[in-house]
Ligand binder design. Sequence first.
Ligand code: PBG
Length: 343
Amino acid sequence: MNFISQPTSKDLAPHLHPLYRPRRLRLTPAIRSMVSETSWRPEQLIYPVFVREGINEPQEISSLPGQYQHTLESVVDIARKARDLHVGGLMIFGVPRDEDKDDYGRYAWSDACIANKAIESIRSELGNDIVIMADTCLDEYTSHGHCGPLDENGDVDNDAALVCYQQAALAQAKAGAHFIAPSGMMDGQIQALRDALDTHGYENIGIFAYSSKFASAFFGPFRDAVGCELQGDRRSYQEDPANKREAIHETLLDIEEGADMVMVKPASYYGDILAQIAEFSPVPVGAYQVSGEYAMVAAAAERGWIDKKRTVDEQLICLVRGGADVILTYWALEAAEWKAKKL
Ligand code: PBG
């Protein structure tokens, strides 16, 4: 052998000899899969779904290609499909007609509320086969698009919002939700909702708290999905993306107030917060891969700029590695399908 034209590691870096070679653990698919530390299961995924008042056919959401506003019929079909693919749960969002909106979002707890009708239909069709979660908030239903009623200064009135959330949550519990998921970021919302549920005989309904929810640009496409025309922004009640301490504190408060599960939202770019919360949380931790995170990958994939399946798989693995026990994602059905087909 000619050591002059092919130098050995000994020639190049004598101090490293004998060279330890981490690549030995990566050389074949069988070795890689033997030492793989992290994977995700379809059962960990929660699929957010939209059900809309006043449409006859499912309508594709332009900013979320591949995602639909459903009718009462099609939402049950999609729930069945999710169950068959072993997706863990559904997060139900309602989309009212404009004329159903008012300053308080009263539609959320009215008998007409299509989200609650959807919960009822899915529960009666699927029973306990899939976990039914209800997003408890008002922004879809208020005329101004904020997550609670406004006071005379135009600020969201925290304590008035709590009373509205209680009404909304009781209607969702009555409809058959297994979990309610308050996402409005009002102070004291977990305690107020736990109280309301307990005093009305819903001690067994869980609370999945959107604990660390940031005032994020990544929610953009969601506003389209629910037809929310927000006046202003949510910075007076959602967290500042710059602040980690605030996220930890909010989560601790929610756990103290009785949250059964907590959440970090958005998921990507907030991995440091997710990892830290996962370290101390005594309850399961969720990560919400939000509309903007979905839209970016979907758009790049549509242009052939990114490999959709590999990207999504990698994102889900990274979130689990970062400490997520469950992941809310618009990819849930597609990803579960890939897994089922061993793609
Ligand atoms: C509030 C709510 C929002 C999302 C989930 N629940 C919107 C917001 O706070 O502005 C965003 C979800 C997403 O972007 O995918 N009801």
